[in-house]
Design a protein around this ligand. Structure first.
Ligand code: DGT
Ligand code: CA
Ligand code: CA
Ligand code: ZN
Length: 575
């Protein structure tokens, strides 16, 4: 809602609209963002809406329109003359509404790609507002914008954070470094890394040498900001990092504040105010006399507000505050609850290691079982298995299973392709001999929603299909999920007892947190697998567990927290 209002203000400004009007939309956007009222609940009630400061009668009508139609009249009218992509141009350094307007009037430029092309063709220099210098600056700005606007996979961000933390803690004045922000909350991708450091060298009045040490971190390519106790920089791979050096006494308050999410923090601050406190990044303090109540740890801050400590993964304002107040937060699944991994590949198809090597690595991780699930023949380029080879593979898997002498159970399985028409790629006779049959879509991603949904539903009707692998097919930051009526698929999965996979590989992480919650509500079983293509990928399990935690799942909700026999029983029956 607030985005639509802000965009309308921007478009008005591009069109050279009346400044009073522009301001009214901007103010409304801010008012909507900061209100604690549940807007969708009161959107039909113009009187209630007007109780929000900054919302008048006309704006209340706009909010109602947004709630009903997903847009508002002024925005639609402007978009017949101007393009939504022009809003992105505004985010380039040095680019204001007037410039965007003249680019559009003179050269028909409406997006960043077109702007870049015009710069390259030397067209920009001919315009009155733009010279050669300005064009060069813009070109740099575009490159920078592209770098900044990109997000990163969570494993890459975590690795970078660990390296920086190791560097920082080697400074004598820094004892500990903790990630905050989206990385700590386990979001599927990370915009920038937020790190909080503390130690004797981070106390007030003596923090400057720690700051100097931080900005000397060798992989830094660009120092973006250097303040009294904060530095921001960019690494070679484009990742931006914010490091804050904090005194011990306010460490918990800072950790709470910078972990976010923003919406969680807003709700928590409201709660604090209602109880007569103010909450900041420095402390929880009494409103009346300013005395500090808590600040050193998160636990004491939440406790002072009558709340159980809330795991970072839950801090998205999805009802966690209410649950914490009533002591009914879920006991979230932990990485150590996972007893096996039932989706992995070997050198029989596109994996790198042998069955035995995968088994040894799994045993070293403390697993009780794995399933070997190579690809089927539809993926000819990577040597997928046909019926005959699949049967031979079972023999080899059983051989390794006996070699493991009961220390690790090695289940035979397959990741069988769901063909374009929903049939499975191998014969039922062969599938019947497998312990674990995962069905996955690996082709024709651009089917319509109806086709793809029918395709999956049809595959699920096959009685040997036990698990739907990476069910939405998305590749984070690279490929959108395929079009799919997921609720329909989940409903049928619940009826048939088909299990949904959460694929822990950091490029996939589907079903996503929101879909996992839906799956649980609908009574669908869930399993978390790494889809490992080499030994080291088995480590990725924890990223999957993070998403399960974000979905409020407990150990009981996930099948591979059980032993092998009860997992297999659950995969095969509807009980
Ligand atoms: P990201 O970096 O896009 O993946 O997401 P976050 O959640 O890490 O966001 P970021 O890095 O901008 O800020 C980290 C946390 O710090 C954020 O979750 C809440 C808190 N925070 C930062 N700036 C503000 C602010 O201006 N207002 C509020 N309420 N919270 C803020
Ligand atoms: Ca961040
Ligand atoms: Ca940040
Ligand atoms: Zn796959």
């Amino acid at each position: 809602m607030c985005r639509l209002l802000a965009e309308t203000a921007d478009l008005l400004e591009i069109s050279g609209g009346d400044s009073f009007r522009i301001r009214s939309y901007r103010n409304a956007a801010e008012a909507v963002e900061s209100t604690t009222l549940e807007l969708s609940a009161i959107a039909e009630d113009a009187k209630k809406l007007q109780e929000i400061p900054g919302i008048g009668k006309a704006m209340a009508a706009n909010l109602l329109a947004i709630e009903r139609t997903g847009t508002l009249p002024m925005r639609e009218e402007l978009l017949t003359k101007y393009k939504a992509t022009m809003l992105e141009l505004l985010r380039l350094p040095g680019m204001g509404p007037k410039s965007v307007n003249s680019l559009w009037q003179a050269l028909g430029i409406a997006d960043i790609d077109a702007l870049e092309a015009a710069i390259d063709a030397g067209k920009l220099e001919t315009l009155p507002r733009f010279g050669k210098k300005q064009a060069e600056k813009l070109k740099k700005g575009i490159a920078e914008y592209r770098r900044n606007s990109s997000r990163f996979h969570i494993d890459e961000a975590e690795l970078a954070a660990e390296k920086i933390a190791a560097y920082l803690t080697s400074f004598p004045g820094i004892n500990s470094v903790t990630p905050a922000g989206s990385l700590r909350r386990g979001r599927e991708t990370v915009g920038d890394i937020d790190l909080l450091a503390t130690g004797p060298g981070c106390e007030e009045n003596c923090v400057s040498s720690a700051v100097e040490y931080a900005v000397a971190y060798p992989p830094i390519v660009d120092i973006l900001a250097k303040g009294q106790n904060k530095v921001s920089f960019r690494l070679r791979n484009g990742l931006q990092v914010d490091v804050r050096l904090l005194p011990r006494a306010s460490y918990g308050a800072a950790l709470q504040y910078f972990t976010g999410s923003k919406t969680h923090n807003v709700a928590l601050r409201q709660r604090a105010l209602k109880q007569g406190y103010t909450l900041s990044e420095y402390a929880l303090a009494r409103l009346d006399d300013g005395s500090v109540v808590a600040g050193a740890t998160e636990v004491e801050i939440y406790a002072a507000l009558g709340l159980d400590w809330i795991a970072p993964e839950l801090r998205e304002n999805y009802g966690e505050l209410e649950a914490a107040a009533e002591h009914r937060l879920p006991e979230l699944i932990e990485p150590t609850d996972i007893r096996g991994d039932v989706h992995m590949h070997t050198d029989a198809s596109d994996g790198r290691n042998t069955i035995r090597a995968m088994a040894d690595a799994a045993l070293a991780r403390g697993y009780e079982y794995i399933a070997i699930t190579d690809h089927s023949k539809n993926l000819a380029m990577i040597n997928g298995l046909d019926d005959r080879r699949a049967l031979e593979h079972i023999v080899r898997i059983k051989q390794v299973d006996s070699e493991m002498e009961g220390r690790l159970r090695v289940l035979s399985g397959i990741e069988v392709d769901i063909l374009n028409n929903g049939e499975l790629d191998l014969s039922n006779d062969v599938l019947a001999q497998m312990d674990v049959v995962i069905g996955s879509v690996h082709s024709l991603f651009n089917q319509t929603e109806e086709q793809m949904t029918e395709r999956m539903l049809r595959a699920m009707e096959n009685p040997y299909l036990r698990i739907l692998g990476h069910p939405t097919g998305r590749l984070l930051l690279r490929r959108e999920p395929y079009k799919l009526n997921l609720p329909k698929i989940l409903r049928r999965a619940a009826e048939l007892g088909v299990t949904m996979e959460h694929n822990a590989y950091p490029d996939r992480l589907d079903l996503c947190d929101r879909d996992l919650r839906l799956a649980k509500e609908m009574g669908v079983r869930i399993v978390v697998n790494t889809d490992a293509h080499q030994i080291s990928h088995l480590e990725k399990m924890r990223f999957g567990v993070l998403q399960l935690r974000r979905a409020w799942l407990t150990k009981e909700d996930v099948l591979n927290t059980r032993d092998a026999s009860s997992l297999l029983a659950a995969l095969r029956t509807n009980a």
